[in-house]
Each structure stands twice: as structure tokens, then as C-alpha cells.
Design a protein around this ligand. Structure first.
Ligand SMILES: Nc1ncnc2c1ncn2[C@@H]1O[C@H](COP(=O)(O)OP(=O)(O)O)[C@@H](O)[C@H]1O
Ligand SMILES: [Mg+2]
Length: 257
């Protein structure tokens, strides 16, 4: 057997082009450690979602390699790959005609788990995201608040206990109070679950708060990878606007107190 590779996910000279010429991702080299939460930070249009979709092969790179657990995504059976990786997106992407229970049970059903095991897991994972089964299992997505839908989306992504979790601006559409609640719960969850998480955000405060490391993207290029404290100290030209924006907000808050 091969030893387990240290990196859970690795981009090696990855380029993604559309229509044969426009380059959305250029020469990306990035190694994501097992068990870390890596924040992909960047402005809208910088290539964050594209990068995420290259991991679970919703998109296929034009050049280079993406390795998941040391194996190229082109060598993985694509269905196995996707079931190895949970995926949670903004607005949760729930099926509107499925109950909460059915939405959460989706992947375990596809994996043909025993019904009793599915039922137990749905209960467990709903509890984990703060939705008591008795109260929520029979509801439909339009009978939930935005925050509750997002919790269901997270429960669905976690249901089959994937080793890797991809989250694309999961809290982006929530009101600020609900967002802060979910951010706090996320910190708890990441501690207890110890999964490899790649989390897309354009929000610098969110990146600093939730990430073990921050990968900064700009215009399809990776500008650097920083621990939060390094990010705040970095003299890098691409980092400065974020740090300035962050400090300006804090200054306004402090002076108003
Ligand atoms: N299917 C597509 N066709 C053309 N352009 C696209 C397509 N998908 C994304 N783009 C463009 O690629 C760039 C990166 O997009 P995306 O990865 O979604 O950015 P982000 O998630 O950082 O906002 C943007 O300029 C976007 O308009
Ligand atoms: Mg995006």
C-alpha cells in the first residue's frame, strides 16, 4: 500500500480555459493539508468557484493535475470522487419537492445504505447542525428560514461522512445575525469533525475567523497562502486592500464606541 499522502488535495500547474482561449485559472499550485480549513478568498470573479469545481470534477482542467488523496481526479471514478467529497453551496441548493429528511438522505440512499442506517444517520446529522429531527424532518425547503435551509444543506453535505468538504459562500445570503450564529457553529463543527475543508468567501473577516490558512486569489491567479496572523502582517500588494478594509471597519467600530 502507498503511504497516505500528506496533502488531501493538490493542484499542480493547473490551468482552466474556456472556449479554447479565455483563461479563468492560470498555473495554480496549491497544496491543501489533511484536516485543515483552507479559505479561498478573493473578489467576485477571481476564480474561487471554478477552483472548487476542479476538485470534485464538476469542471475539468485544461492543463496540469488535481490530486485528491494523492490520486489524479482523472483517475478517480467520478461518482466515487463526488461521494468522497461533500459540497455545500449558497442558498443550499436543496430539492424543493423533497422533505428535509429526503434531502439529507440523498447520498446515503445513492450509496444504498440500509434504511435503518440512513434513518439513524439523518437524525444524527440534523442534530449536529442544530435541527431537531422531530421538528424538521418532514418540512419542505420553503417551510424553512434561510439559515435553516443552509443548515440542511450542510447536513446533506455531511450525511455520508465524506473526508473532504467543499463550501461555496455557504453563509453569503444570510442576514448578519444568522450568519454570525452559523459561523460560530461552523467553528465548533470543524473542531469536532476534523475534516479537510475548502471554504470559498469574499469576506475577509470570515476568512480570518474561520480559516487555518487563507489562499488569496486574484484574476485567476493564486497570490499566496497565509495563516490568518501572517495575512494581517503581510506587506504583499494583493493582501493590503483586504487588510486595510478590515482595519477600516474595526476603526469605525472602535471610534463609535
Ligand atoms: N461557464 C462560464 N463561461 C464564461 N465565463 C465564466 C464561466 N464560468 C465562470 N466564468 C467567469 O470566470 C471568472 C471566474 O468565475 P468564478 O470562478 O465563478 O469566480 P468567483 O467564484 O471567484 O466569483 C469570472 O470572470 C466569470 O465571469
Ligand atoms: Mg463564486
Amino acid at each position: 500500500m502507498n503511504p497516505t499522502p500528506a496533502a488531501a488535495i493538490e493542484f499542480v500547474n493547473v490551468t482552466y480555459r474556456i472556449n479554447g482561449n479565455r483563461t479563468l485559472i492560470s498555473d495554480l499550485n496549491l497544496s491543501i493539508r489533511r484536516g485543515e480549513t483552507l479559505m479561498l478568498l478573493g473578489r467576485s470573479g477571481s476564480g474561487k468557484t471554478t477552483t472548487l469545481k476542479l476538485i470534485n470534477r464538476l469542471l475539468a482542467q485544461s492543463d496540469g493535475k488535481v490530486l485528491v488523496d494523492g490520486r489524479s481526479t482523472t483517475d478517480w471514478d467520478v461518482i466515487r470522487l463526488r461521494r468522497h467529497i461533500g459540497y455545500a453551496i449558497q442558498e443550499a441548493g436543496l430539492f424543493p419537492h423533497y422533505s428535509v429528511e429526503k434531502n439529507v438522505a440523498l447520498v446515503p440512499r445513492l450509496e444504498r445504505w440500509e434504511p435503518a442506517r440512513i434513518a439513524a444517520r439523518v437524525r444524527e446529522v440534523l442534530q449536529l447542525v442544530g435541527l431537531p429531527y422531530g421538528e424538521y424532518s418532514d418540512r419542505y425547503p420553503d417551510q424553512l428560514s434561510g439559515g435553516q435551509r443552509q443548515r440542511v444543506g450542510l447536513a446533506r453535505a455531511l450525511a455520508a461522512d465524506p473526508e473532504i468538504l467543499l463550501m461555496d459562500e455557504p453563509f453569503g445570503a444570510l442576514d448578519p445575525i444568522t450568519r454570525a450564529e452559523l459561523q460560530h457553529e461552523f467553528l465548533e463543527l470543524k473542531r469536532t469533525l476534523s475534516k479537510t475543508i475548502v471554504f470559498v468567501t469574499h469576506d475577509v473577516a470570515e476568512a480570518l475567523m474561520l480559516g487555518d490558512r487563507i489562499a488569496l486569489m486574484d484574476n485567476g491567479k493564486l497570490k499566496g497562502v497565509f495563516a490568518p496572523a501572517e495575512f494581517l502582517r503581510s506587506p504583499d500588494d494583493s493582501v493590503q486592500p483586504y487588510v486595510n478594509a478590515f482595519r477600516a471597519t474595526r476603526q469605525i467600530l472602535n471610534s463609535g464606541a
